[in-house]
Design a protein around this ligand. Structure first.
Ligand SMILES: C[S@@+](CC[C@H](N)C(=O)[O-])C[C@H]1O[C@@H](n2cnc3c(N)ncnc32)[C@H](O)[C@@H]1O
Length: 245
């Protein structure tokens, strides 16, 4: 496979941007602080979606026992680790080698056996995952349609996919790009507003890949509540996705 094909969804400048954040990724007050704040919020959604999909009880110890989970664009593993603790056999894929190195070392330090790989999700040809997640990634990829099709190809029949991403609205421009980046809450150059995806656009991309998008839920921000699950989709949203019949 040619290099151009094998890196079809990866923008080298994005991999370089996130790779240089790897060293302090696990510092809750470091450059990935926003992702640390986001993590419990999206885990709340993920646990509810897992329970609804498989009839499990995520208050039980390991509702993902016996299941294979794939997190695409895993960074240094903020979501992979809780998925492993929920019982899944987890594979994490990221475009940046530095992230995979930090993720592997952190998991090993915590005694977690997570299979981390660096590369393009399409070229890796991973298949048969019960749960596929990709959080805050699609807005960074080179070819959104190819990326979504590769995610679809990784999902096992009867599996569940969960995606989150910023919406492309005046509010997300103000808060995520002009606000969070200027105030230093997110590293400069992280967000490219024109690459954000609206829920309708995501639904269409998913449908083209044979996937059905469930009802999206907003992830909002307020000075009193911080980041929280919300009915308002204007800032960021998260949704469950299944294979069409
Ligand atoms: C905003 S970070 C999100 C990290 C992680 N999903 C989280 O939410 O904690 C985006 C991540 O996606 C990765 N990434 C960007 N494009 C990618 C691609 N085409 N394939 C895999 N990973 C990619 C980046 O290297 C970075 O680690």
């Amino acid at each position: 496979m040619s290099n151009a094909t094998s890196r079809a969804t990866i923008r080298p400048e994005e991999a370089a941007h996130f790779g240089q954040l790897a060293a302090d990724w696990w510092d809750p007050n470091g450059s990935s602080a926003m992702l640390h704040k986001l993590n419990p919020v999206r885990l709340g959604f993920i646990r509810a979606a897992i329970d609804a999909h498989w009839g499990t009880d995520s208050r039980g110890v390991r509702p993902l026992s016996g299941k294979r989970a794939l997190d695409v664009g895993c960074g240094a593993g903020l979501l992979c680790e809780p998925l492993a603790r929920l019982g899944a056999a987890v594979t994490g894929v990221d475009a940046a080698e530095e992230n995979i190195a930090v993720a592997s070392a952190h998991a090993a330090g915590g005694g977690l056996a997570i299979d981390y790989r660096c590369g393009d999700i399409g070229a890796l040809r991973l298949t048969g995952f019960d749960l596929v997640t990709s959080m805050e990634v699609i807005e960074h990829v080179a070819d959104k349609a190819a990326f979504v099709k590769a995610l679809a190809g990784a999902l096992a029949p009867g599996g569940l996919m969960i995606l989150s991403t910023p919406n492309r609205t005046a509010q997300s421009k103000l808060l995520l790009v002009e606000g969070a980046e200027r105030l230093g809450m997110v590293p400069r150059g992280t967000h490219h507003w024109q690459d954000f995806v609206t829920p309708d656009e995501l639904r269409e991309l998913l449908a083209d890949a044979g996937l059905v998008m469930g009802e999206p839920q907003g992830i909002g921000w307020s000075p009193t509540k911080g980041l929280h699950l919300s009915a308002d989709l204007a800032l960021n949203y998260i949704c469950g996705v299944t294979l069409g019949s």
